[in-house]
Write a protein that binds this ligand. Structure first.
Ligand code: G3P
Length: 217
């Protein structure tokens, strides 16, 4: 399973990358706004800065919603670095653009996926990744993890090359259950990645080992 970090914060990206387990980064306009990146030039430079830190796919989202605009923006983003993946919303114009990007050899991540039908459409268009937002599905009183399980079955049935990128992950159990179900990628905040390290018995056990080690030194 690949681990992506879901942030535009360079400090957090460096910290996750330093752990040696980071496979990529996902961003979105909300995450870019959160770190105060403003203006087209600054945004493009920020993607370059992320690509300089991480050796893996970096999703950069378009904000156009028409086919021509998505293509124009996506081509500009893809030209920034070979690791850029153009993130495209799940709308009809987006699906058309994903098909064109696929033909041009540009990698895509179809975002804002909330049901299996949407994921099938994106996979048929050749998306590199689909991003089901499991936390936001949970927020509507449905089980986001059911969607992951459904997508794994469907993509296996037809051998779709599209990878399932579980997004909107809110806690460590989301990530563990996505791994059980066979999601290809999980993108999560730094707190979730670091949360995977934690167990009180590890801390208690280590304290005891270190205490006992003093007896033989
Ligand atoms: O990758 C999508 C993610 O950023 C959305 O997360 O927590 O805002 O639903 P959240």
């Amino acid at each position: 399973m690949k681990f992506f970090i879901d942030t535009a914060d360079l400090g957090e990206i460096r910290e996750a990358n330093d752990l040696g387990i980071l496979d990529g980064v996902t961003t979105n306009p909300s995450l870019m706004a959160k770190v105060g990146v403003k203006g087209e030039e600054a945004i493009l430079q920020h993607y370059k800065d992320i690509c300089a830190i991480v050796d893996g796919d970096v999703s950069a989202e378009v904000i156009s919603t028409d086919y021509e605009g998505i293509l124009r923006e996506g081509r500009e983003l893809a030209a920034l670095h070979e690791n850029i993946v153009v993130k495209v919303p799940m709308i009809a114009e987006g699906v058309k653009a994903i098909k064109t990007f696929t033909e041009e050899g540009i990698k895509t991540n179809c975002t804002l996926i909330f049901n299996a039908g949407q994921a099938i459409m994106a996979a048929k268009a050749g998306a590199t990744y689909v991003s089901p937002f499991i936390g936001r599905v949970d927020d509507t009183s449905w089980d986001g993890l059911d969607l992951i399980e459904q997508l794994v079955t469907i993509f296996d049935n037809y051998g779709f090359g599209t990878e399932i990128l579980a997004a909107s992950i809110r806690h460590t159990m989301h990530l563990v259950q996505c791994a059980e179900m066979g999601a290809d990628v999980a993108t999560c905040p730094l707190s979730v990645i670091k949360g995977l390290l934690k167990h009180p018995l590890t801390d208690i056990g280590l304290a005891k080992f270190l205490e006992d080690a003093k007896k033989s030194r």
